[in-house]
Design a protein around this ligand. Structure first.
Ligand code: ATP
Ligand code: MG
Length: 582
């Protein structure tokens, strides 16, 4: 039987994993069982596949344990990169391999990405989603996208949609999409059980008192009175209480040195219009309660989250223990942050609400919508995120390293064109009109364009002010000019020069230009760091006004260009580009 490449790879991965787990010797029977378990489509065909499995096992057993490990890593990596664009595979060499999972066998891993739909996703979410997906694919398992939508005051349909679109863009494909709110009745059931079993209680203390007792490590009267909680719990879930009148708390330990265990809140009353369920429910679980139960019931085997939740792990496992539910393995990675950028919905939202930043795709933001608009490609984000690995270190990676991945990917598709900021006219004497053909890329075939140059071109003011009569300059790809005169009329500069030959001279400044007859008004948005230290950077969005070639202005939105002597940009719409990076 001839198997396709994917099936062959999945057999190899299972065999290698089996070998690595058994001191270098895989067993054909175990491998067959595992292959059948994880590939239902093989089950009716096992007899035909058996010879291939035996052969693969023999080949693999002939390798050393170290070689097997290496091969397993490579193969996993290549399986993951299959899901991305061919450009990605061109640059695969720097893709690292994340560490192996504990207690994971091929075909049985389930991971989940659990965002709250209370804003747009940012590059930190890309990190989490890509790592979740990496493990699901590497182990032939499943990825769940679960919207943790349990606070109706914060969530909106637009935000759910923004995550769906961003994941599509990143080429992260969840196998299952669900919402925590789908399970609200189930969560109620477990909440009641916890209270009735004596592991939780209805607390009617006011917020101030709760806060004070928690700081002091002292229990309140509600906690002691098990009978009262048993009586109140049904009323609580039926909506008897008003906002802030009562909560359900976990009976942890009020003297625990881990303050997360000092009777954390499990349910609270929130009166608001939920984007999916409307006004039907007023009792909402907290993240502390919903996350472990959802993970457990969804079959999640390996749950990843950022390190700042570390102290909450005790709550997570205590709840599952009390409810006798299966416990996933929890793994942490560091939160992704950049200097001068708010990589958090909580920090971005106020900027938008206060009007400091106009929209979620403002190019200064680290949201994925903004990064896309700015000209980052999803493969660069994937490579960057995987290059960070699973470290727990709280260091901020330099934004330049993300730019480096992006540059490598967009360089081969970016058209080289001329943009001139604050144009100054140069009138050229002694040259006959010329038609020149400019290549769109110096070494790759991205086409070319024709330009007519008569007697006048624009150069940028920054270049013009460095010139004096007698100087020579070269108009890139055209010819040399000697400056005869520089006129200034009411702050407006005009340069008069004469044609001085075609020869490229090493010590003559080479300047980009735009022919007057071909010039189109054009602007470039330049995003800079939003914060300087703790303060908002009032100059974080610069606008460069000038002219560019008609060819560049005719490019479709989303085209990538490299403005010569300036940097890479993405065409946003006619007349406007956004600066990506140098
Ligand atoms: P935010 O402040 O952006 O709302 P959050 O942690 O509350 O952050 P969620 O939407 O609840 O965001 O997070 C979904 C997943 O994405 C979580 O697993 C979380 O750990 C992860 N995540 C969020 N922000 C980052 C980040 N900056 N770096 C890495 N992972 C992140
Ligand atoms: Mg959150």
């Amino acid at each position: 039987m001839i198997l396709d490449q994917r099936s062959m790879e999945s057999i190899k991965v299972v065999a290698l994993q089996n070998a690595v787990e058994h001191n270098g010797k895989a067993k054909a029977e175990s491998v067959t069982g595992k292959v059948a378990a994880s590939n239902p489509e093989f089950r009716s065909n096992l007899k035909n596949i058996l010879p291939t499995i035996r052969e693969t096992v023999m080949e693999i057993n002939a390798l050393s344990l170290a070689e097997q490990r290496l091969l397993l890593e490579r193969l996993r990596e290549s399986i993951v990169t299959h899901t991305v664009d061919p450009i990605e595979s061109l640059h695969r060499s720097s893709s690292p391999v994340l560490p192996e999972l504990l207690n994971a066998s091929y075909g049985s891993v389930i991971t989940r990405f659990p965002p709250e739909p209370n804003g747009y996703p940012h590059i930190g979410h890309a990190k989490a989603a890509i790592i979740d997906e990496y493990y699901a694919r590497t182990y032939g398992g499943k990825l769940i996208l679960r919207f943790d939508d349990t606070n109706p005051l914060n969530e909106k349909p637009e935000y759910y949609e923004s995550f769906i679109l961003a994941l599509e863009w990143l080429n992260v494909k969840p196998d299952i999409v669900k919402n925590t709110s789908d399970d609200i009745e189930i969560l109620y059931k477990y909440g009641k059980k916890l209270v009735l079993d004596g592991f939780g209680y209805v607390c009617t203390c006011n917020q101030k008192k709760i806060h004070e007792l928690r700081s002091a490590g002292v229990e309140c009267g509600c906690r002691m009175d098990t009978q009262r909680s048993g009586d109140l719990v049904n009323e609580f879930f039926r909506g008897k209480f008003d906002q802030n009148e009562a909560i359900i708390r976990y009976k942890g330990s009020m003297s625990d040195s881990n303050t997360a265990m000092r009777d954390p809140t499990l349910f609270r009353i929130i009166k608001g219009n939920h984007p999916r369920l409307g006004n039907k429910y007023n009792v909402w679980p907290t993240y502390d309660f919903a996350a472990p139960i959802e993970d457990s019931l969804d079959g999640v085997t390996h749950a990843f989250r950022t390190k700042e939740y570390e102290l909450r792990n005790a709550v997570y496992f205590a709840i599952l223990e009390r409810l006798e539910l299966r416990k996933p393995i929890m793994m942490e990675f560091s939160r992704l942050e950049f200097r001068g950028l708010p990589v958090s919905k909580r920090k971005i939202k106020p900027l938008i609400e206060s009007g400091i930043v106009k929209s979620w795709d403002d190019p200064r933001l680290p949201t994925l919508a903004a990064m896309k608009r700015r000209g980052f490609v999803p493969q660069a984000i994937r490579k960057f995120v995987l290059s960070l690995g699973m470290t727990l270190a709280e260091t901020k990676p330099p934004f330049e390293s993300l730019e480096a991945f992006n540059r490598k990917l967009i360089e081969p598709v970016s058209i080289r064109v001329f943009f001139v900021k604050d144009p100054v006219e140069v009138i050229i004497l002694g040259a006959s009109p010329r038609e020149i053909i400019l290549r769109n890329h110096p070494s790759l075939d991205l086409g070319s364009r024709k330009i007519q140059v008569c007697y006048s071109v624009y150069i940028s003011q920054a270049d013009a002010i460095g010139l004096s009569p007698g100087n020579e300059m070269r108009l890139i790809e055209l010819y040399n000019i000697r400056i005869d005169d520089i006129k200034k009329e009411r702050e407006k500069l005009t340069i008069v020069g004469s044609y001085s030959g075609d020869e490229i001279k090493p010590d003559v400044a080479k300047i980009q230009w735009v022919a007057k007859d071909d010039a189109r008004a054009f602007e470039i948005l330049i995003p800079k760091e939003l914060y300087l230290g703790e303060n908002y950077n009032v100059d974080s969005l610069e606008i460069w006004k000038g002219v560019c070639e008609s060819y560049a202005d005719g490019l479709k939105p989303d085209s990538k260009v490299q403005f010569v002597r300036m940097g890479f940009c993405r065409i946003d719409h006619s007349g406007l580009a956004i600066y990506t990076h140098r």
